[in-house]
Write a protein that binds this ligand. Structure first.
Ligand code: ADP
Ligand code: MG
Length: 301
């Protein structure tokens, strides 16, 4: 197959590993810089262009779209979908997963465990909002943050009130969440491919920190997950419409709760922590499922 990887940088570990795994399995792998793909949108013969040439003959596209270029990146992916190229993850699903609140609402509709989450617009509603999620300590999150930036733990009701008020004053979109203290600063990253968790790692926050993000100094190691955790992760990915996802779960007193579902999960951390060849699992999935015009939404919606 001829497979495109949408990535800003061919030297990134995840991009390199996908190229390596694809080539080892006999595919032609082409890395395209997402921001240098440009498109001709018309009703007769839409096309995708790159460095002065129209692109042809791709069977599948692997989107690795960073949060900072979601808008342009999903437009590029949508164009590929309209041309009939099979997307590993669909543009619509990626857009969905980038909005934490929307994701939570979708997961809630399917009855998937999650921390109690509140959302409000008016400062007048702050006291009730805090009470609704069980009072302090609680977690306050920017809707579009990543890598732990924009996630704040408010230890007291007073602190929670002033932080929420400050964010609202800045017109930042935030949600408020029950703090899962018993997780002890650890979360489980389940790497989902298709309907399976192919690898899972436990990330432990650095001393004195509650955020387990590796970018915040967290450390990762292989973990054995329970059948309930496994099915929660797979259902969460399916609910978002993602074939490949990094589902982050906290171990709470009331079972596994999903914190977020990432549509471009990093491959380095999980491969290093588990020793599992995740890149090849992704390639095998593409071989099994890629068909032209096999997009559920064809870029609609
Ligand atoms: P980001 O997208 O920035 O990674 P997350 O929602 O994943 O944001 O939060 C970052 C980290 O903060 C998580 O990996 C987890 O360790 C911690 N965390 C987030 N929400 C909660 C919560 N409700 N209770 C306990 N810890 C949390
Ligand atoms: Mg996270």
């Amino acid at each position: 197959m001829k497979i495109a990887i949408l990535s800003r940088n061919p030297r990134l570990y995840s991009t390199r590993r996908l190229v390596e795994a694809g080539e080892a399995r006999g595919h032609e792998m082409v890395v395209l810089d997402t921001l240098h793909c440009y498109m001709n949108i018309n009703s007769r013969e839409p096309s995708m262009h790159y460095q002065g040439n129209a692109l042809h003959g791709f069977d599948a596209v692997i989107p690795r779209i960073g949060a900072s270029i979601t808008f342009y990146g999903t437009a590029v992916l949508r164009q590929f979908e309209m041309l009939g190229v099979y997307p590993l993850n669909e543009s619509v699903a990626i857009s969905r997963s980038r909005d934490k609140l929307r994701s939570m609402q979708l997961l809630s509709r399917k009855g998937i465990g999650m921390p109690i989450t509140g959302f409000a617009h008016s400062p007048d509603d702050i006291p009730d909002l805090i009470q609704m999620v069980g009072g302090a300590p609680l977690v306050i999150k920017l809707l579009e943050g990543t890598q732990g930036i924009g996630v704040v733990l408010a230890e007291t009701r007073k602190a929670a009130e002033s932080v929420i008020e400050a964010f609202m004053g800045l017109k930042a979109n935030i949600m408020v969440q029950e703090f899962i203290k018993e997780a002890g600063g650890a979360d489980i990253r389940c790497f989902v491919v298709g309907d399976r968790v192919v690898a899972a790692m436990k990330r432990q926050a650095a001393e004195g920190e509650f955020r387990s993000n590796l970018h915040r100094g967290g450390t990762a190691k292989l973990v054995k997950i329970s059948p309930e955790e496994r099915s929660t992760a797979v259902r969460a990915a399916r609910t978002m419409g993602l074939n490949v996802a990094g589902v982050d779960i906290l171990r709470s007193n009331h079972g596994p709760v999903v914190m977020e579902v990432n549509s471009s999960p990093g491959i380095q951390g999980i491969e290093e922590a588990t020793g599992i060849d995740v890149a090849s699992k992704i390639m095998m999935f593409i071989e099994k499922t890629a068909r032209t015009h096999n997009t559920r939404t064809r870029g609609q919606g």
